[in-house]
Each structure stands twice: as C-alpha cells, then as structure tokens.
Ligand binder design. Sequence first.
Ligand SMILES: [Fe+2]
Ligand SMILES: [Fe+2]
Length: 222
Amino acid sequence: MRIPPQPSEERSQRALAGLLGTPPLHPLLEAAARGEFPPWTQAGPPRREHMRRVAALLGEWARLRGEGPVEEARWRAAGLLHDVLRDADPRTLRGGLPPEFRDLPDKVLHGPAAAHRLREEGVADGELLEAVRFHTLGWPHFGPLGWALYAADFLEPGRQFQEEWRRDLRARAPADLEGVAKEILRARILYQAERGRPLHPWTVAFWNRLAQGQPWANASEL
Ligand SMILES: [Fe+2]
Ligand SMILES: [Fe+2]
C-alpha cells in the first residue's frame, strides 16, 4: 500500500533541464507526444483510438492552462501511454509487478504494469508514472497531471454515456482539474456503493484527499 510520492524532485530537475536547453523529456515520451506508441504496446485498434483521444484532450487542457510546450507534450504522452498494456494477459502482467500490486483485480493491473514498464525503459518522471499507475483507482498524492489523466480517461468524447454531464465537465476541467476529478470520483464511488461493491483503499484515500477541509458528519447527520 505504501509507495513513496517523489515527483517534486524530478519536476525541478525537468525545470532545470529546460533552463539549460537540454531535452527535458525521455525520447519515449517525446515519441508518445507525437502519437507514436512504443513497440511493446499491447492494445488493439479501438483501445489505441481511445488513447489518442485522451492524449488530445490532455494536450488541449495543458494548452488552455498555459502550461507551455514541454508540459503539453508531457501531458499528451501520459494520455497516449496510460493504457499501453491494457490488452495484455493479466496473468503475465501480475507476475512482473512489485508485490504491492499483485493482489489487484485483473482490470486494474494495466496501470501499474505500464508505469513499471516505462520505468524499466528509463522514464524517471515520477509524477507522470504515478498518473499512469493509478489512473483507474485514483491516488491521494496526484497533482494536476494525475487529476487531468484521471478525468480525461473518463471524459474523452468517444465514450457514449451521460454526454451532457461529461461535456460540461470537459469544459470546466482546464480551470478546475481537482474539482472535476472529485465530481467523477464521487460518481464512481456512488456507482460502486449502490451495487454493494467494495472500494479500494487507494480510491478511498483519493476521496479523503479531495474532501480535505470538509467537516466530518455530526452525530445528528445520517
Ligand atoms: Fe485504463
Ligand atoms: Fe483509458
């Protein structure tokens, strides 16, 4: 359950690299930002279309937020790569993961597996790896990129459900990533709870982080 969050150091290294005029992104991320999937991608054509739409949405949000060209590329790369192992055999993915991820359900293994593989390929961008690793379950230490990927995965326009609500959230996202991520998480938690399903502790921790500052219930409430 314990994975040390450490993106700030890498973020400052990237900023320094930018100031020095050296390429700040790993070549694999630069290629992904251009729309190129790594050769080890295991995702079929419909899945790749979904990843392209998530990448496009993230690039648009980064641009509207004025993040600058390097961040735009980095956000697009996160979108293109988040499901890069989505269609791999879960049994194979499980065996290659660190112990803290091996008990996860099949459907959510692909996030940790993609982050693990990207790290093996030399990607050392901790914030991006966290965003990819936890894009399904959520994670309390997400920053803007983590919130953005969590939201864009749900809001990309190719998905066909609750279109009016999702269009509204897409429009709000660039200015309020955290608020939009919270609204999506709330809907997902309610959906799970109404069906009597369990919530993963990381998802609960994500909610508690986003609900920080709200009072606990009084004894007279519910
Ligand atoms: Fe996914
Ligand atoms: Fe996805």
